[in-house]
Design a protein around this ligand. Structure first.
Ligand SMILES: Cc1cc2nc3c(=O)[nH]c(=O)nc-3n(C[C@H](O)[C@H](O)[C@H](O)COP(=O)(O)OP(=O)(O)OC[C@H]3O[C@@H](n4cnc5c(N)ncnc54)[C@H](O)[C@@H]3O)c2cc1C
Ligand code: FES
Length: 272
């Protein structure tokens, strides 16, 4: 992991409150980037207010750049969303464990990718990684749900991955694009037909709880990426801890640091 200051290459508005930032990065940073990893980002203004950097998933990367997509929910995300080309950013990363590579790239199919809202940033990192390295996504399904059409971001880029085999199903809370309903309904239907499928999911906690329930009912395996609030991002503040089943199941539960032991956990190990 690296700690450095860098600058914005470009900032694109994807919806009224979601922005895609491309940032310059070192080649070493880009070599360590992987699906499911994240960065802590802050602006010059954020040295004292807000005091801390904020976590965002690494959505796509090249040799010397990477991209994040940021939804404005408070001061930190708002400051970052306003940066223009040349704007200064402080970065710490890549952080976290990312999705288990052997599971993600296993020949055993189907692979179900489930994204709710801004969870698409984390889930899309696997899709873009395959697209950019010209790997096949045959047997891979993306179930993508958002509140409404305007929040279904990165549609063109994701559609480009259908050329390498990706199947995309969208669903919205208000029915403005795709079916009306929750993304976990799509997953439940498909998993009943193909219970051997493996699942990778990222989104808000209620969605992840529901993914966990669906997996349990069908008896399938999966991984979920948590987005707990974070303060340091590297394991010293305990601000992000999550209750998980202990490795030695006799002793019940223990806590895990989402920033260093996660953010990706086997779905059945997380205790919500
Ligand atoms: C590993 C990880 C990856 C993430 N990836 C992305 C991403 O790719 N794109 C993206 O837009 N966001 C992502 N998030 C969430 C993002 O970090 C928060 O939205 C951001 O930190 C909010 O900071 P703020 O200063 O704008 O808001 P604050 O002023 O800190 O909070 C504003 C409101 O948002 C709520 N909030 C803040 N953080 C979270 C959170 N983590 N979960 C739920 N509610 C929260 C607060 O309770 C408050 O109500 C990720 C979070 C984690 C932990
Ligand atoms: S955010 Fe500080 S320990 Fe995880």
């Amino acid at each position: 992991m690296y700690l450095f200051n860098t600058e914005i290459v470009c900032n694109q508005k994807l919806s009224p409150n979601i922005f895609r930032l491309r940032l310059k990065a070192t080649k070493d940073f880009c070599r360590e980037a992987a699906p499911g990893k994240f960065v802590m980002l802050g602006t010059d203004d954020s040295l004292f207010d807000p005091l801390l950097r904020r976590p965002f998933g690494i959505c796509r990367w090249g040799e010397d750049w990477f991209e994040v997509v940021i939804k404005i929910v408070g001061k930190g995300s708002c400051q970052l969303s306003r940066l223009e080309s040349g704007g200064a950013v402080a970065i710490h990363g890549p952080l976290g464990n990312g999705y288990p590579k052997d599971q993600l790239e296993s020949v055993q199919k189907p692979l179900f990718l489930v994204a709710g809202g801004m969870g698409i940033a984390s889930i899309a990192s696997h899709i873009f990684s395959a697209l950019d390295s010209k790997q096949s996504l045959a047997g891979t399904f993306l179930f993508y749900g958002a509140a409404s059409y305007s929040e279904l971001i990165l549609r063109n880029e994701l559609t480009a991955a259908t050329a390498i085999g990706l199947h995309i199903h969208t669903i919205t809370d208000d029915g403005s694009c795709g079916r009306q309903g929750l993304v976990t309904q799509l997953l439940a239907t498909e998993l009943q037909n193909q219970p051997q499928g493996r699942v990778f999911a990222c989104g808000p906690e209620p969605m992840l709880k529901s993914v966990q329930n669906v997996l349990q009912k069908v008896g399938s395996e999966g991984y979920i990426s948590l987005e707990n609030r974070m303060a340091c991002g590297f394991g010293v503040c305990l601000g992000c801890v999550q209750t998980v089943l202990s490795e030695d199941s006799k002793s019940g539960v223990e806590t895990a640091k989402v920033c260093t032991q996660g953010p990706v956990f086997p779905a059945q190990e997380v205790v919500f």
